[in-house]
Design a protein. Sequence first.
Length: 235
Amino acid sequence: MTLRLSRHTLTAATVAVALTVAGCSASPSEDPSQDAGAASPTSSPQSASTGTDLPDEAATSTENVPSPPVITEEPLAQEPAPQQPQSSFDGSTSPQTAPSGDGTFLSVTAIRVGQHDGFSRVVIELDGQGNQPGFDSRYVSGAFAAGSGDPISVAGDQILGLNVTGWGYPFDTGVDPYAGPRTIGGPAGGSIAQVQAGTFFEGAAEFFIGIRGDQKPFRTYTLTNPTRVVVDISD
């Protein structure tokens, strides 16, 4: 009887020791699920010096974020300025002369000034005996009346003198003389500032053409039907 009790007592003591060891190995957590997969919330890392929360490294990292493309706009090329058309005006600044025909006696009947593409024009219209007037056109330093030598005022920066030869008195031409204005203004923007009629003296009718700016090339020629002396001045 005493032996049986001792065996039961020894067995109970052995079981108690085994339970105690098992309890120690299961610590610190009694729930196995917490060790296997449930993660406790993590707190934001703090600066060692200030204790403030540091920014989330994953949110602010730009190592794998591609930079936006840099678009550089090329400046538009300027269109070349349109080339000015080359003037086809055929003239010069040298004196130009032509003789009048024999038996030519003409009266001045009209003085006209106009502007064309690239040049301005003076037309001296004539009528009478014959149709071949002559001319002498050249740049002069001043305007003076033939015979008296009195100065004549002419607007403009340069003066182009024109003598039309073959002029005659009314009793020679059979045509009434010119009675219109003796001072005629030139068109705005053209080379001619003014045309001034001088004296009609000793077979020549005298005119002075005021030119804007520098001396410009000109050309002088005659036309018929009606008879005319024409001076074109480059603009």
